[in-house]
Design a protein around this ligand. Structure first.
Ligand code: GLU
Length: 445
């Protein structure tokens, strides 16, 4: 395989899809040698097949706001790869959503889901709908309109959507309600459902908890722990609060959170009360964090900036793609950062990752670090299929196990000659081998 040629072809076929091309580039670079050592991959054109989604559905979503105005949004579902199990991945509702972003997310999801140890294929969907400032009734009408198209292509053994940025428990409820109405069946076709209608314990906090367990493993490989560590976190959505809660429980101090308006620096660190306050703030359909500084006077709000200028031991970007760039990485390194665990999907730019690798700072990539979210989604599917519920302890133990096995896979495939663990390379190779071998077994389809 010649990575350059493949990328040039892809750029010609998909001009301007920069996030998608970035994600493909990152994976191809790390699997190049393993690919070339195994000629069976080349002869089955595994790469050419793996980089293109199985299919893409795009559709119009028309809905009416509280004033009676009609709105038109775009809806998508990218069914990326189902070699190892039914398509699985979240629904992102955000004005930035476009084909490139969803293709990158679906591609990443395919590898991430392979890492979970569960039989889950990769998918992603969403819409450019902006939930910010919308009433509950508007959110419901949008979700229902979205499902009027999506229901046709999903099913408990076909494609199982879930939450992502802008889609939480409430949105999943509205979408699932409409799905059942149209399909006349009560199956777990979504994950992240409410606890009293098929959801799993620990699913809401799973991404953040799993990310913290993975980071603990990174620390433990250096005989280190979260105890007494200063941790910077960005975002305060579906994921960041679980990170803050678990890191705090393990003895670390989370000193930042952020929104599109800027970041909060709280020297004393977040605690359970502050996290409750943040959750209530989020529930108001608002993504601004500045009110936190009014509520807790020890905290400062720094407008229009990102938290990567704050001195810390561990940085955990938990907001969105490309939120930590080369300059941010340079600041973190200069301030003595010891670990970076990417909790968001592709949260770090290629320049940031390169800088961290050059400085030999352990960097956990999103597809490994945040896999606990979809991992517990997989456990929710198992519970639904068996029509029973596991306890918090059972789910949490399985999540722990999963994160630890992902960490071992990264070590197995990512340890370099000098002992530095290249987690990104390890995760890419482990995910790739699983999907590629399944594709080989199943012939040219
Ligand atoms: N959206 C989450 C992710 O990026 C969760 C997906 C799921 O649970 O299916 O992995």
């Amino acid at each position: 395989m010649n990575v350059k040629n493949i990328l040039t072809n892809l750029e010609t076929k998909h001009p301007g899809e920069k996030e998608y091309l970035q994600a493909v580039h990152e994976v191809l670079e790390s699997i190049e040698s393993i690919y070339n050592e195994n000629p069976q991959y080349e002869s089955a054109k595994i790469i050419e097949r793996l980089v293109e989604p199985d299919r893409i559905l795009t559709f119009r979503v028309s809905w009416v706001d509280d004033e009676g105005q009609v709105h038109v949004n775009l809806g998508y579902r990218i069914q990326f790869n189902n070699a190892i199990g039914p398509y699985k991945g979240g629904i992102r509702l955000h004005p930035s959503v476009n084909l490139s972003i969803l293709k990158f997310l679906g591609f990443e999801q395919t590898f991430k889901n392979a890492l979970t140890t569960l039989p889950l294929g990769g998918a992603k969907g969403g819409s450019d709908f902006n939930p910010k400032g919308k009433s509950d009734a508007e959110i419901m009408r949008f979700c229902q309109a979205f499902m009027l198209e999506l229901w046709r292509v999903i099913g408990p053994n076909t494609d199982v959507p879930a939450g992502d940025i802008g889609t939480g428990g409430r949105e999943i409820g509205y979408m699932y309600g409409m799905y059942k109405k149209l399909q006349v069946e009560n199956t777990g076709v979504f994950t992240g459902k409410g606890l009293n209608w098929g959801g799993s314990l620990v699913r809401p906090e799973a991404t953040g908890f799993g990310a913290t367990y993975f980071t603990s493993e990174m620390l433990a490989s250096n005989n280190d722990s979260f105890q007494g560590k200063i941790v910077t976190v960005s975002g305060f959505g579906n994921v960041a609060w679980g990170v803050a809660l678990k890191v705090t429980e393990l003895g670390g101090k989370v000193v930042t959170i952020s929104g599109p308006d800027g970041y909060i620096y709280d020297e004393k660190g977040l605690n359970a009360d502050k996290i409750d306050y943040l959750l209530a703030l989020r529930a108001s359909n608002n993504d601004i964090v500045s009110p936190y500084a009014d509520e807790f006077p020890e905290a400062k709000f720094i407008a229009g900036k990102k938290p990567w200028e704050v001195k810390c031991d561990i940085a955990m970007p938990s907001a969105t793609q490309n939120e930590l760039n080369g300059e941010d990485a340079a600041k973190l390194i200069a301030n003595g950062v010891k670990y970076v665990a990417e909790v968001s999907n592709m949260g770090c730019t290629p320049e940031a990752i390169e800088a961290l690798h050059n400085a030999k700072i352990p960097f956990g990539p999103g597809k490994a670090v945040n896999a606990g979210g979809v991992g517990v989604s997989g456990l929710e599917m198992s519970q639904n299929a068996m029509k029973l519920n596991w306890t918090t302890e059972e789910v949490d133990a399985k999540l722990h196990q999963m994160m630890s096995s992902i960490h071992s896979a990264c070590i197995k495939f990512g340890t370099e000659d000098d002992g530095y663990i290249n987690y990104a390379k390890g995760a890419n190779i482990a995910g790739f081998i699983k999907v590629a071998d399944a594709m080989l077994d199943q012939g040219i389809v």
